[in-house]
Design a protein around this ligand. Structure first.
Ligand code: HPA
Length: 407
């Protein structure tokens, strides 16, 4: 495995560097570190900032960091954060796994400065700097949540012509789509799809592969097209990877380019949560769509592609209803909107996955330049088939990094 460096809080690896002189080892982080081999760079912003050990606990209060004894320790925390950023730059790291909730390492949620154990939204000083630098920053809880296991396999939903990955599944069980609750009984696979779930492993990582899907443009409803996602969730999946064929909105994108979805624009006019039956399926329909495409999963896809020598593009996906391809005027409009790829699937499924608390990764294969001359579905399938092997290699490498191998 190539050396794509990852910063990891040293206390999560067992180093006794916390304020109380203790560590907070995380089994999931240690297993990940073992998989990543020599790529792990242990960091402790507080040690780097010259803070003594043991010392009173500290919490972030607005822009400052204060200790429980009232001392203002902002300077040392800020210095340590800058040194941690220097380490990230030195190693070219794009992922950091940092201790949850701390005033230096916490990401998303930190202690609120009242020393009462109350949490508030925010980042620790080091996490904040690393995020500004563009790193994906996650905590040990996210690593544990995303770690695949037999109880929590990775769901993989393959798009048109991208069935190659299905060939590398060591299958232990097959489930006909017809047996899936909410999946339309009359649905037939379009060419390039097979309607049978494969439960098994890829490289020892537990997976559930859905080698085909149905589309809104075939006349199915938002709830029908998302039945597979609910099925994966019911079977325990927490991570879900979508692959789809798209047209390149940027004319410089060559057919055969593989792209990582960083965000989407839902232009289907549909939403699976705007449905009377949705209430019984999800906790709340008011789902935050911030960071819909998991930076954590994306970091493994980037590392896998780099390792395989496969160029990985990235950008925003515009999901349209279809089934017609776009007019040149529509493609010009999509460009203005900030879309890089355009397709006719996945957005409803991604929304459902987020509503169910799943971590999402999206991988696309650009099969054509959108809105540029005549295009047939057969041509799309043909390009997809040619690149299917490269898509499979990126996905396999991503799983290898994310997942625990079978004992
Ligand atoms: N437009 C929409 N969906 C697509 C395209 C396209 O050009 N190519 C493959 N899927």
């Amino acid at each position: 495995m190539m050396k794509e460096h990852v910063l990891v809080s040293a206390c999560l690896l067992g180093e006794k560097c916390r304020f109380d002189g203790e560590s907070r080892p995380s089994d999931a982080v240690r297993r990940l570190a073992a998989r990543l081999g020599g790529c792990v760079v242990p960091v402790c912003p507080e040690t780097a900032g010259g803070l003594a050990r043991p010392r009173p606990p500290a919490e972030r209060r607005g822009a400052r960091v204060v200790a429980a004894d009232g001392a203002d320790v902002t300077g040392a925390f800020a210095a340590g954060a800058r040194k941690t950023l220097d380490r990230a730059r030195e190693h070219g790291a794009r992922l950091a796994i940092l201790k949850a909730k701390s005033p230096s390492c916490g990401t998303g949620r930190i202690y609120d400065g009242s020393f009462s154990g109350t949490l508030t939204a925010g980042d620790g000083l080091a996490a904040e700097l690393l995020k500004k630098e563009g790193l994906a920053v996650v905590d040990e809880e996210k690593v544990a949540y995303c770690e695949p296991s037999v109880e929590h396999p990775v769901a993989i939903m393959l798009g048109s012509g991208m069935g190659k990955l299905a060939e590398s599944v060591k299958v232990v069980r097959r489930i006909p789509y017809a047996d899936i609750e909410g999946f339309p009984a009359d649905a037939l696979p379009v060419e390039g799809h097979r309607f049978e779930v494969l439960v098994g492993t890829i490289g020892g990582v537990p997976v559930i592969v859905y080698p085909g899907r149905i589309h809104l443009y075939q006349g199915y409803t938002e709830l029908e097209v998302t039945a597979l996602v609910r099925h994966a969730h019911r079977l325990g999946c927490r991570d879900v990877v979508f692959s789809c064929a798209t047209g390149g909105v940027d004319p410089s994108l060559k057919p055969g380019t593989i792209g990582l979805l960083t965000d989407h624009i839902n232009l289907t006019g549909r939403n699976p949560l705007a449905h009377r039956a949705a209430g019984s399926m999800v906790e709340t329909p008011f789902v935050s769509m911030d960071q819909t495409y998991s930076p954590y999963l994306a970091s493994f896809a980037r590392a896998a592609a780099a390792d395989e020598g496969i160029e990985l593009d990235e950008g925003v996906y515009a999901g349209l209803l279809g089934p017609t391809y776009e007019t040149p005027a529509e493609v010009a409009a999509l460009r203005v909107l900030g879309a890089r790829y355009v397709g006719m699937s996945a957005v409803c499924e991604v929304i459902m996955a987020r509503a169910l608390g799943m971590e999402v990764m999206g991988l696309t294969l650009v099969t054509n330049t959108a809105g540029a001359g005549h295009l047939s579905h057969e041509e799309v399938l043909e390009v997809a088939a040619c690149a299917s092997d490269r898509v499979a290699r990126v996905l396999t490498g991503m799983l290898e990094r994310l997942g625990a191998a079978e004992a």
